[in-house]
Structure formats: structure tokens, C-alpha cells
Design a protein around this ligand. Structure first.
Ligand SMILES: [Zn+2]
Ligand SMILES: [Zn+2]
Length: 124
């Protein structure tokens, strides 16, 4: 994969963030220093970067994708009050997924698990 200056800018922005970012957010932030950047360029580069496994695309629903630098197997918890997205460890589910694979005679290749709830900060 060729690395244009813009692609590198977009990749570094995702890698340097601790959050799960939407294309719109990335576009608005990067545009401040790079006014010639277009939203289409951001979308195109994000999808190429995730296709190449450098970042991970997470579909939250039909309309919203976020981009994640965490490439480890993990699930997400979305707080329905503040909309924060947290990474969660899915190790406790491994056994259940193994069982589902066997029971359905299917080798599960990947899964996206999103829990909705209220985060610790919003509970207080
Ligand atoms: Zn919250
Ligand atoms: Zn994540």
C-alpha cells in the first residue's frame, strides 16, 4: 500500500487517539491544519487503511462506523447516556463462542459484539 502524505496524516491521527473516531470527526480535526483535505479523501483512506489491517473499522449501526487503533480481539460497550465507547475484554465469552461453533458446526471467523448500557461515570 502506498503511503501518501494525507494517508499518513489520517493513520497517525487514529493511532494517536485513545478514542473510537468517526470519519467526520477525523475530517473536521485534520481540516484545521490541512484545509485542502476533503471528506471523500478521509473516507477513502480510512477504508483502505482498515482493509489493510492497519486500523479496525467497527460498525455501531447502519449509519455509523468508527475507527479503532486497537487491533486485538475485543468487544465494545456503548454508554447510551454519554455515547462513550469503551473497549472490553471478551475472554469470558471465548468458551461460549467455542460451544456455539461446535453446536452449529461452523468455524466462527470473527464476531462483533456491542453491549449497550450506562457507563460507570454516568451511573454516579
Ligand atoms: Zn456514560
Ligand atoms: Zn475498540
Amino acid at each position: 500500500m502506498k503511503f501518501s502524505k494525507k494517508r499518513e496524516l489520517i493513520l497517525n491521527f487514529v493511532l494517536n487517539s485513545d478514542k473510537h473516531l468517526t470519519a467526520d470527526f477525523i475530517y473536521l480535526e485534520l481540516k484545521k491544519d490541512c484545509p485542502e483535505l476533503s471528506l471523500g479523501t478521509v473516507y477513502r483512506n480510512l477504508s483502505q487503511l482498515s482493509d489493510n489491517g492497519l486500523i479496525k473499522k467497527v460498525s455501531l449501526n447502519d449509519q455509523t462506523d468508527v475507527f479503532d487503533k486497537n487491533l486485538e480481539k475485543h468487544g465494545h460497550l456503548i454508554c447510551d447516556v454519554c455515547n462513550s465507547i469503551y473497549d472490553i475484554n471478551l475472554d469470558p465469552l471465548e468458551e461460549a463462542i467455542e460451544k456455539i461453533s461446535i453446536e452449529n458446526d461452523m468455524s466462527v471467523k470473527y464476531y462483533d459484539i456491542i453491549f449497550h448500557g450506562i457507563c460507570g461515570k454516568c451511573k454516579n
